[in-house]
Design a protein around this ligand. Structure first.
Ligand SMILES: Nc1nc2c(ncn2[C@@H]2O[C@H](COP(=O)(O)OP(=O)(O)OP(=O)(O)O)[C@@H](O)[C@H]2O)c(=O)[nH]1
Ligand SMILES: [K+]
Ligand SMILES: [Mg+2]
Length: 459
């Protein structure tokens, strides 16, 4: 069958991508309906070819999908003419029955009409190129698609609404006005300036730099994305692996009565109060001549350094040795950062007559019902406190943003200490550029590849 001539992509303009692309927008989970998304200049002709006349814009219409005289499926069809579509280009969606056989035939038909399979993130990339969203919002969509917890969902939606973009926009405007003031001074280089002018500039630069600092050091962005890192540590047989299993409700870790069972770091994710919590089980800390176990102990100590929170398990024997001054013999205190450590007296069922745990310590058992309630509440409380501290703020969740804002801050401080308005102006320009790279205003092509490589196909 001859193809309509108009289906060939027209010469590219700034808002058009490279030809017509298609992808399955729904995931690999088996379901009744699969949504196939198609976008690009000329895709309206493809839709007409497959389903007859174009349906009314943005309204669901039931159509027969035909290719080379054969009925492929009955589908709901949505037609989104440019520019009011996700990509800003002409686009359509076919809501097909989710069968691999139908997918294969419809894909074959689309390719026969000149479309090609989309690359990861290509729809969103086109949306950015068409100015439908900035790159921060595009990243937010990737985050939203990948959101596993309530806090991740909220963070992604806030970013998609543009809170981060607005913050960076405001900073850019502030730097721009400081830049203008410096450029004005360049022309009056020989004249004596009132000291207030210099003072105002210094104040403004330092205020902005410290605002950036607060943004950079807000841990909630990373915590939202990666989860709170909680490490379970203590001497061999303290019950660390049993606790991991009890918290996950799973048999993830090997538990035996043999001290030195766990060697590798073992990770398991749980969700507490809508926040992802990454638990890490570690090898029991002790001096050992066993090479494999020694490596495990080394890794355990390393994990302790990177932990947001350490649950230090103290088994009954160790607790009894030293009375109220609780210390486990083999696991030296110096491995445990005091401000990030919670002391957990384990196997409380084995010490019914023991004195109550020291202040700030918890007592748990993995064999008695309700033995973990106190610990769970304590974790929930930590998570809530973190959330309340930084509620509704624009969160920095990606290393890419971190690097850009860090660079901007450095340029501001260099501007503050530069002796001449020319040098200051140059630093301020570089500061604006660093933020511009984060928001995609500067060098957008350069960042697109790295940003979109992490997207799924179909987004
Ligand atoms: N009675 C009692 N026994 C427990 C409790 N928790 C763990 N155990 C037992 O203590 C022993 C050691 O438990 P594990 O969970 O393997 O201890 P671990 O700290 O991971 O040990 P390593 O990996 O060897 O360092 C096992 O026999 C468990 O069944 C508890 O709360 N009460
Ligand atoms: K053990
Ligand atoms: Mg273990």
């Amino acid at each position: 069958m001859p193809l309509p001539t108009t289906q060939q992509p027209a010469a590219a303009t700034t808002t058009e991508g490279d030809g017509v692309i298609y992808a399955l927008a729904t995931g690999p989970v088996a379901g009744a309906i699969a949504v196939l998304r198609v976008s690009g200049q000329g895709c309206g002709d493809m839709l007409r070819h497959l389903c007859g006349a174009l349906p009314p814009a943005r309204m669901a219409s039931l159509r027969s999908v035909r290719w080379r005289g054969e009925l492929l499926d009955e589908a709901l069809v949505l037609w989104f003419p440019s520019p009011r579509s996700y990509t800003g280009e002409d686009s359509f969606e076919l809501h097909l029955h989710a069968s691999p056989a139908i997918m294969a035939r419809v894909a074959e038909a689309l390719e026969g009409l000149g479309a090609r399979q989309a690359e990861a993130g290509e729809f969103t990339r086109r949306a950015v190129m068409a100015g439908r969203m900035d790159i921060l919002q595009a990243e937010a969509i990737a985050d939203l698609v990948a959101a596993e917890t309530e806090s991740q969902r909220q963070q992604a939606l806030r970013q998609k609404e543009g809170v981060l973009g607005q913050l960076y926009e405001r900073w850019t405007e502030q730097i721009k006005s400081l830049l203008a003031s410096q450029e004005a001074l360049i022309d009056f280089a020989d004249e004596e300036l009132p000291p207030e002018t210099e003072q105002r500039l210094q104040q403004a630069l330092h205020a902005l730099a410290s605002e950036m600092d607060a943004h950079l050091s807000n841990p909630l962005g990373r915590l939202t994305r990666e989860g709170l890192h909680v490490v379970l540590a203590g001497p061999p047989n303290a019950g660390k692996s049993s606790l991991l299993n009890a918290l996950t409700g799973d048999d993830t870790a090997i538990v035996t009565a043999v001290p030195g069972t766990t060697r590798d770091l073992l990770h398991a994710d749980i969700v507490i109060e809508g926040m992802k919590v990454r638990l890490t089980d570690t090898a029991g800390l002790r001096t050992t001549t066993d090479m494999v176990e020694a490596e495990g102990v080394k890794r355990a100590k390393h994990a302790l350094e990177g932990a947001d929170l350490v649950l230090r398990l103290v088994p009954p024997q160790a607790a009894q040795h030293k009375g109220s001054q609780v210390e486990a013999a083999e696991d030296g205190d110096n491995h445990f950062p005091p401000e990030r450590t919670i002391m957990v007296m384990s196997k409380s069922d084995l010490r019914p007559a023991a004195p109550p745990p020291p202040p700030h310590a918890l007592s748990i058992s993995t064999v008695t019902p309700g033995g973990l309630e106190g610990l769970k509440q304590c974790l929930a409380q930590r998570v809530r406190a973190l959330g309340a501290q930084h509620q509704a703020s624009a969160l920095l969740t990606r290393a890419r943003h971190q690097a850009g804002i860090q660079a901007a801050k450095t340029h501001l401080l260099q501007a503050a200490s530069a002796p001449l308005p020319e040098l200051r102006a140059e630093e301020l320009r570089m500061g604006m550029e660093a933020i511009g790279r984060v928001t995609g205003r500067v060098g957008v092509e350069d960042v697109l590849d790295s940003v979109f490589s992490s997207f799924c196909i179909g987004k």
